[in-house]
Design a protein around this ligand. Structure first.
Ligand SMILES: Nc1nc2c([nH]c(=O)n2[C@@H]2O[C@H](COP(=O)(O)OP(=O)(O)OP(=O)(O)O)[C@@H](O)[C@H]2O)c(=O)[nH]1
Ligand SMILES: [Mg+2]
Length: 132
């Protein structure tokens, strides 16, 4: 059976309406692509707990509130992912690439220029339609 992963993903938006992107390291699954920060939900945690933990570990942000944005299931040739995407408007601290990954705050109208994993297309479309 294919590997299945449940992932907590943050669409993090600041007061300038810029969205935080991080570049996946080349050796990872979907390496070299830009992503919304996040990571796997562990067995003993809720999606919200995973989101808070991952955004601290990866980009140094302290999330104070989030709301469900969309849920995507996608089959890659080697992996099935379920992306549990949350909108994050309330956070503190400065964004840093704590895993030595590149990070960028990107204006919504520039999002379409970035190369994302295939599963992300509907996320970008929904951001452009609803937050742009
Ligand atoms: N974080 C994140 N993962 C995504 C996105 N789109 C997408 O297809 N994925 C896929 O979802 C999975 C997320 O796993 P991850 O590598 O971020 O997990 P993690 O942070 O827990 O990493 P680790 O297992 O190396 O500790 C990967 O297979 C990745 O390719 C996205 O926008 N953000
Ligand atoms: Mg991750």
């Amino acid at each position: 059976m294919q590997k299945r992963v449940h992932v907590a993903v943050g669409v993090i938006i600041n007061q300038d309406k810029h969205i935080l992107l991080a570049k996946r390291h080349g050796h990872l699954h979907q390496g070299g692509k830009w992503e919304f920060p996040g990571g796997k939900v562990e067995a003993n945690e809720t999606v919200t707990e995973a989101l808070i933990r991952e955004l601290k570990e990866e980009v140094n942000l302290d999330v104070t509130a989030s709301s469900p944005f969309m849920d995507i299931s996608h089959d890659y040739p080697d992996k099935h992912v379920r992306l549990d995407i949350h909108l994050v408007k309330d956070f503190s601290n400065e964004a840093l690439g704590l895993e030595n990954q590149q990070i960028r705050w990107v204006p919504i109208y520039n999002l379409a220029e970035f190369d994302f994993p295939e599963a992300n297309k509907p996320i970008v479309d929904k951001i452009l339609a609803e937050l742009g």
